[in-house]
Design a protein around this ligand. Structure first.
Ligand code: ZN
Ligand code: MN
Length: 261
């Protein structure tokens, strides 16, 4: 039991001791959202949780239960609300969840927090949740609290993208349920991927603006915004290695400075 990095799998004296030792605490932020016909709805939960687990093992950290619901899926980044299965939170609901968890961690004397995001639409509400937490705690009463907000895909090196996409990277916005997410899922949870169900109906040709209410007629019917062809567990491991290395570097850089006043 005691070698787990999952916060909620530990009894309270162990959690108390690891926090007292200065363990960074990771909060995976996900979504329950369609990811094509070939993958489960929980891709945006599995990926940040998997990356956080690997990093936590290296740095002596703890991984919180993920927030498994995300801010509203948008057609241009996640397929939008037109797909069966996707469950959305309003932005302010999501921001308040983030705020409350950070305030609770601060009350438990955690001073090193890393939010690890797996869902594009969570970015704005996560920033708002962090700001609301700092407002609630009091910006001059944080007692050395440092919060890092990381999108796992931002840790991927350009050289790795060049290896995966020798013809040129289609762009991160179109990567929903496509080669990057599919490859990382093949590395972490191949049981949740069935490539034989993937259909080639992309890439999406989005207009450079949003339209409300949102007809999703530019979204490929499969829900894959770009393509799945060329996905592999090996490529997934390259991507996960980049995410792990990038996060460890960020943690060493930011948490070794000591509290900044
Ligand atoms: Zn996703
Ligand atoms: Mn998503």
């Amino acid at each position: 039991m005691t070698d787990t990095v999952f916060y909620a799998e530990l009894p309270w004296p162990e959690v108390e001791a690891r926090i007292a030792e200065g363990a960074p605490v990771f909060l995976p932020l996900g979504a329950t959202e369609q990811h094509g016909r070939h993958m489960a709805l929980n891709v945006d939960v599995v990926l940040p949780t998997g990356v956080a687990e690997r990093v936590a093992r290296k740095v002596g950290g703890l991984v919180l239960p993920a927030v498994a619901y995300g801010n509203r899926s948008q057609p241009r980044t996640g397929g939008g609300p037109g797909f069966p299965g996707t469950l959305n939170l309003a932005a302010h609901t999501f921001a308040l969840i983030v705020r409350d968890i950070i305030c609770e961690l601060h009350r438990q004397k955690v001073r090193k927090i890393v939010t690890v995001n797996g869902h594009f639409e969570n970015i704005g509400p996560t920033i708002e949740g962090i700001e609301l937490a700092l407002d609630a705690i009091g910006r001059d009463r944080t007692d050395g609290l440092v919060i890092l907000r990381i999108d796992h895909w931002e840790m991927v090196q350009p050289a790795t993208l060049d290896r995966i996409f020798p013809e040129g990277f289609p762009g991160i916005e179109l990567e929903h349920a496509s080669v990057l997410e599919t490859s990382m899922m093949l590395a972490l949870r191949p049981d949740l991927v069935d490539l034989s169900r993937a259909t080639d109906d992309g890439p999406a040709a989005f207009l450079p603006y949003d339209r409300f209410p949102k007809p999703c007629d530019e979204v490929p019917p499969s829900g894959v915004l770009s393509m799945t062809e060329g996905s592999s567990a090996e490529k997934g491991e390259w991507l996960l290695a980049d995410s792990e290395a990038g996060m460890i570097a960020a943690i060493e850089r930011e948490f070794s400075r000591g509290p900044r006043t």
